[in-house]
Design a binder for this molecule. Structure first.
Ligand code: ZN
Length: 180
């Protein structure tokens, strides 16, 4: 029987993502291991999964996602002015510039941001995802489709192409509620 992609299956794909306006490739699995993910657990942007439902191994699909099905719209609230003094230590070893990408350690985990404005007093940080507000085109080739293991469904993520791959960060233990 041919396995078709649906919820609680682990899918491995090769993909290339381009910006349809410029043709610029923003991400690709070319030259890397295929990307494996568990369908229906929020591992991927919503449209990416939706467009692959029903596909089977060897199938190729191309689709274009508007921001609401990809990384969402850019939000004003995700921009923040931070006193430049908070960067004093970092500035001893690194030069801050507009466009510099950094990671803030927030209570809920690391939060990447881009510097969009800089003066003597403050740094304006943009916490929007770099692809927020953008329409994205994906070319996807399905490499493998299989049922997820019990453990993967519990964890809410794929354990590699085989299902046997240990979690990338063994220091993190998974909670009972399935949130790692
Ligand atoms: Zn896990």
């Amino acid at each position: 029987m041919v396995e078709k992609i649906s919820k609680n299956m682990v899918v491995s794909v090769h993909y290339t993502g381009t910006l349809p306006d410029s043709g610029e490739v923003f991400d690709s699995s070319e030259g890397r291991e295929p990307l494996s993910f568990l369908v229906g657990h929020g591992q991927m942007i919503p449209g990416f999964e939706e467009e692959l439902i029903g596909a089977s191994t060897g199938e190729k699909r191309e689709f274009t996602l508007s921001p609401d099905r990809a990384y969402g719209d850019r939000e004003e609230e995700a921009m923040m002015k931070i006193p430049r003094a908070q960067f004093a230590q970092l500035e001893q070893s690194a030069k801050l510039e507009v466009g510099t990408q950094l990671v803030a350690q927030m209570p809920h985990g690391p939060a990447p941001f881009t510097i969009i404005e800089l003066d003597d007093e403050s740094v304006t940080a943009d916490f929007n995802h770099a692809l927020a507000g953008k329409t994205l085109t994906f070319n996807v080739e399905v490499i493998e489709v299989r049922d997820a293991t019990e453990e993967e469904i519990q964890h809410g993520h794929a354990h590699g192409i085989s299902g046997q791959q240990p979690d990338a960060q063994p220091a993190k233990t998974c909670n009972d509620d399935g949130c790692c």
